[in-house]
Structure formats: C-alpha cells, structure tokens
Design a protein around this ligand. Structure first.
Ligand code: NAD
Length: 419
C-alpha cells in the first residue's frame, strides 16, 4: 500500500486531464467539474440480532449530475472513509462519461466489516442504510449498486426497504441496480464488470499483436470482478498462474482451475486451502512473472514500491484506482500497456444502465442481448480511447481521462449556468 490516499490518486489523474483542457473551457468550470457536488455523512443506528443498538457511519457522495443521475456502488469496508468515497464518486463521473451512459458519478460507503456479520445482521445494516439514505436515493438523483463488500442480495434488500418505506410493492423507476433478476434485475449484471475486463484484455492483446492463448495471467482479488475475469480469460485459452484474496495467494505454473477455486471460495469464503496450487504471499503475487496482470481488489495496490518489479506487458485495472500516479509513470516508461479503470471496469455500469432502462421503460432484455451490447460498447470505447491515445500521443489513461473530462465539461456548457 502507498501513503497516498485514493483521493490523491483521483485528483492527480483529474489534474492531468484539466491541464490538457486549459484553453478549451473556463478554468472555473474545470475546477467545478473536479469538485464534488455534495458529500454527506449519515449515522445508522441499527438494532442487530443481539438486541443491542449498533452505530455505523455511512457516506453518500454525489460528485456530478451534469450528464444524468449519479451512479455508483456501495462499498462496505471497515477502513472506508468519506475521502475514499469521494474519490470513487469522482471516478464514476469519468467512467459513465467515457462509456457513454447518461449518468453522473456517485458512491456510498458503510464503515463495517461485511464478513463480520451473520447474513441476518448484514441485511439489517443494508436496510438501515436504505432507510437513512433514502432522501439521496432516487432514479433521477442517485442510484446505488454493489461494490466491495456488497452484492446482489444486498441490492434486493435495498429495493425492498425503499418500496416498504413508500408503502408500495414495486418502486416506480429504478432505485438500485445489480438486484436479483426476479426483482427486476437484469441477467448478466453480476458478470458484467468481469466480462468487460475480459473484453478489454482481448482488445489490448489484439492491439499489441499478441495471442491470448497461453498468455500467463495474474489476478489480484477473487471477488465478483476478479473471479469472473479469471474464469472468462481462462475460457479464452489464457493460463491463470496466480490469484490472491485478502488473506493469501495461490500459484500454479501450469495454470489454476479458476472454476474449482470459485466453488472452493463460495464454500469457505477464501481461496486458502485450495489444493490445486501452492500458497504464495498475498502481496508478492503482483510482482511475479506474467503477461497480463489484473488488479481486481482495492485502491493504491501498485505503488512506487512495487511498480518497477512488475513485469506484465498488460495491466487491466479491474479495481478502481489500483495504480498510484508515480507507479503509473514508472510503468509507462517501461512500456507497459495499462487499460485504465474508467475503461476496463466500466462494463458493470454499462449493464447497470441497461437494467435502469429496462426498469424505467418496463422492457425486458435477454442475457444474450445484454452480452452483445456490452461487448459492442466495450470494444467501441476501447478503440476510441486507443485512437485518441495514438493521435494525441498519450497513454491510455490520459487519453481516457481527457475524453471523459471533456464530455462532462461540455455537458455543463450545454446545460448553462443560470439557476
Ligand atoms: P468483492 O468484495 O466481491 O471482492 C474483493 C476481493 O478482493 C475479495 O476477494 C477480497 O478478499 C480481495 N481483497 C481485498 N483486499 C485485498 C488485497 N489487499 N489483496 C488481495 N486481495 C484483496 O469486490 P468486487 O465487487 O469484486 O470489487 C473489486 C474491485 O473492483 C473494487 O476496486 C471495486 O471498486 C471494483 N469494481 C467493482 C465493480 C462491480 O460491479 N462489483 C464495478 C467496477 C469496479
């Protein structure tokens, strides 16, 4: 980990884009675009199954609604801070703009260890968040989704708690995405972020003239994003040689059986104890020899301390903000091809948009349609970012940030500034 915060990383990436846009937009407008619209801290007082009241801090940040309602997941982690949530909300603003959906950027945080609570108690915490944050959550204001520590089930509880608070059976419009399909969710949302990572990696390998078959892949983090990306890349013929989670790492030079590890992790909650590989230090996994590295855990994992030891040709950022700006420079100088987070992991929010349109327009979409549209959009945006990078002689991150911040500034100009 680095001493830099996730907010430092997000601000630095924004400043790089802001410099390129000087002259194109009013400096005060650029400043506005880089500043959150609203940051709230909400105290939840939740009665858990022990009969006692437990206090939890939670946060909702709406970074920007210039392009549409704020969109972004709920992170449940003991270490999450208002600044982390602000950084993630800012990133969501760029991601939605880049992937081309009419959403702004938002994010929530709940300061709690998701794994420390029995399912009943976690449900109580989620319902408590939904009731207390309800004045921020609305299809035209802010629409949450899953992030680290929260999942599809939790989104179902949120929808139910909101409907219950309104005294209705089903909400009018989409208050939350990533819900179970039976509750108005969309088939393929759970896999969408990992699938988007897979498509980005395939595009990067094609661009570099390299074959995915036999390529050696390391995946940091084996949750929703990491496990799906690993399984899908293995199906494409890549060899997943290393995997890690919050506890430990696993290594097998001949390739790990990712589906078997997913089954083991679903049963035990961890990858530890899986027999088909040797145990390896959790953090050493990042610097092991491989062709493709997929950080899919948390922020600021690739830092000035380990960047020069990372050997991968392609780094596909499944996680949000996994690379610090100094590490970014080190990797760029070495010629690594980085697929930046706002592009690489945008598949989740793109399919959330399909879920939103399905619910607001009372339409239904099949999983095949979802997959086809996701694949087309990811490929299209990858190529647009790559073209911008080539013509402006920028790395992929700077090109993506330039395009995204330009869009948000343009939306402000189009909307005008009078109240
Ligand atoms: P998750 O909670 O399902 O899984 C997180 C995984 O990371 C777990 O396996 C955990 O054990 C592991 N982990 C945590 N700290 C680690 C560390 N220091 N080293 C190695 N492993 C570690 O979360 P997720 O939904 O898969 O999200 C992962 C990342 O992807 C986050 O950065 C999130 O913001 C980003 N992301 C998620 C989505 C989504 O749709 N879920 C969309 C876009 C981006």
């Amino acid at each position: 980990m680095s001493n830099e915060s996730m907010l430092d990383t997000a601000r630095k990436n924004f400043e790089n884009a802001a410099k390129m846009l000087r002259g194109a937009f009013d400096p005060e407008l650029i400043k506005r675009v880089g500043t959150p619209k609203e940051r709230s801290e909400i105290t939840l007082s939740t009665q858990l199954s022990d009969g006692k009241i437990h206090l939890f801090k939670s946060f909702v940040v709406q970074h920007s609604d210039a392009l549409g309602p704020c969109k972004g997941g709920i992170r449940m982690l003991p270490s999450v801070t208002l600044d982390d949530v602000s950084a993630l909300a800012m990133e969501m603003t760029w991601k939605c703009a880049l992937i081309g959906v009419p959403f702004g950027g938002g994010k929530s945080g709940i300061v709690a260890d998701a794994e420390a609570y029995a399912p009943d108690d976690k449900q109580r915490i989620m319902r408590s968040y939904a009731r207390n944050a309800l004045r921020h959550i609305h299809p035209l204001v802010y629409v949450p989704a899953p992030d680290m520590g929260t999942n599809e089930k939790d989104m179902g509880y949120i929808k139910d708690a909101i409907a219950f608070s309104m005294g209705v059976a089903a909400t009018q419009g989409c208050y939350v995405t990533g819900k179970p399909v039976i509750m108005g969710g969309i088939p393929g949302r759970r896999e969408a972020t990992g699938r988007g990572v897979e498509i980005s990696v395939l595009e990067a390998m094609k661009t570099l003239g390299r074959d995915i078959k036999g390529a050696r892949v390391v995946v940091q983090g084996f949750g929703n994003v990491g496990s799906i990306a690993a399984i899908l890349l293995q199906k494409r013929g890549a060899k997943i040689v290393g995997i890690s989670d919050v506890d430990s790492g696993l290594w097998n030079d001949n390739g790990l059986d990712t589906e078997a590890i997913a089954r083991h992790a679903a049963k035990t909650g961890r990858i530890k104890g899986f027999k088909g590989g040797k145990a390896l230090d959790r953090d050493k996994i990042l610097t092991q020899p491989c062709d493709i590295l997929v950080p899919a855990a948390t922020g600021n994992q690739i830092t000035e301390k380990n960047a020069s030891k990372i050997k991968a040709a392609v780094i596909a950022e499944g996680a949000n903000g996994p690379t610090t700006p100094v590490a970014d420079e080190i990797l760029e100088k070495r010629g690594a091809f980085i697929i930046p987070d706002i592009l690489c992991n945008a598949g989740g929010v793109f399919v959330s948009y399909l879920e939103y349109t399905q619910e607001t327009q009372a339409k239904q979409m099949t999983e095949e349609e979802v997959k086809t549209r996701l694949e087309q959009r990811m490929r299209d945006r990858f190529q647009r970012v790559h073209d911008t990078a080539r013509t402006r002689k920028l790395c992929m991150r700077k090109a993506a940030m330039y395009m995204a911040v330009h869009s948000v500034c343009s939306a402000h100009v189009a909307r005008g500034f009078l109240p």
